[in-house]
Design a protein around this ligand. Structure first.
Ligand SMILES: NC(=O)c1ccc[n+]([C@@H]2O[C@H](COP(=O)([O-])OP(=O)(O)OC[C@H]3O[C@@H](n4cnc5c(N)ncnc54)[C@H](O)[C@@H]3O)[C@@H](O)[C@H]2O)c1
Length: 275
């Protein structure tokens, strides 16, 4: 069902790679809610993934950009404003990558060059897209910028590796930039802390299947799916949440406030069956 929550709004969606991507679902939902879109990803991801299909479905233009490169962000914003016919109302940052995770380097034997790349791609790209947008006055007043994060920024979860630091930095950027952009241009900036989700990036995390099962059992409402996340993003892009900014918003079925649940205890008890 559509509520026309984004009617007349122009948005840029970073990070849709394939149909599993959270950004993919967000683009579909935003389109259903009346938004006009530009989709962006790196040239390699566009070649490897299936972004064309999403662009056709949503009437969007694809503009390639590496979100760590200032010139590419400038070009992206110029082309997006030209295509959409004006300034931007919302942006989704749905970007994450850790070479240490990919190459299975454990946290206590980390490669520091990779660590820099993790922070650069997964967190500093957020600062860059905000700074370039602000300096070029790309976003309309009361516009909304959302980035996706994970609870490993606050709590230690085995296997998440240096992405934990990247997410902590990402959330901090949302607060620091949210203050400045809010004060000067009424632009709001938030992060959504999403449940584990089976996507290309998600599957790279060590022990993802167990993590999905664990957080499903621990969350009173169960894990939030990518579609659920897309719905939440739409509310944050809409005018219904104008005074929400600088927040880490937990979208995880209640996981973040749990210690132990009955369902998880039941599963854990099975390990004592032989005693
Ligand atoms: N999947 C999960 O369990 C989960 C949970 C919480 C948060 N998140 C976050 O959600 C976001 C989206 O991830 P996803 O799970 O949909 O996986 P995904 O693999 O579909 O998306 C990650 C995207 O980042 C893009 N990317 C990588 N380097 C880039 C660069 N330099 N410039 C521009 N784009 C670049 C990739 O091409 C890809 O499209 C990430 O920030 C991720 O950390 C995911």
């Amino acid at each position: 069902m559509s509520y026309n929550l984004l009617k007349g709004k122009r948005g840029i969606i970073f990070g849709a790679l394939n149909e599993d991507s959270i950004a993919w679902k967000v683009a579909e939902k935003a389109y259903e809610e009346g938004a006009q879109l530009v989709l962006t990803n790196t040239s390699v991801a566009i070649r490897m993934g299936s972004l064309d299909k999403l662009a056709q479905k949503t009437g969007a233009k694809i503009v390639p950009a590496d979100a760590t490169k200032i010139e590419e962000l400038e070009r992206l914003y110029n082309e997006a404003m030209e295509y959409l016919g004006g300034k931007i109302d919302f942006i989704l940052h749905s970007i994450g990558m850790s070479p240490n995770v990919r190459k299975k380097k454990p946290y206590d034997n980390i490669n520091y060059e990779y660590f820099h790349q993790t922070l650069e791609i997964s967190a500093l790209s957020f600062h860059k897209l905000l700074q370039v947008a602000k300096q070029n006055d790309v976003i309309n007043e009361w516009g909304s910028v959302v980035a996706l994060t994970y609870i490993a920024a606050q709590r230690t979860l085995t296997g998440y590796n240096d992405m934990a630091e990247a997410k902590a930095l990402l959330e901090s950027i949302a607060r620091s930039f949210g203050y400045i952009y809010g004060r000067e241009k009424r632009v709001r900036i938030n992060t959504i802390s999403q449940s584990p989700t089976e996507t290309t990036a998600g599957k790279a995390i060590k022990g993802m299947d167990s993590l999905l099962d664990f957080s499903e059992r621990m969350s009173p409402l169960g894990n939030a799916s990518a579609e659920d996340c897309a719905n939440y993003c739409v509310t944050l892009f809409s005018d219904l949440t104008k005074k929400v900014t600088m927040q880490t918003l937990y979208h995880d079925g209640g996981f973040s406030n749990m210690g132990m649940s009955e369902r998880a205890m039941h599963q854990y008890d099975k390990s004592f069956d032989n005693y």
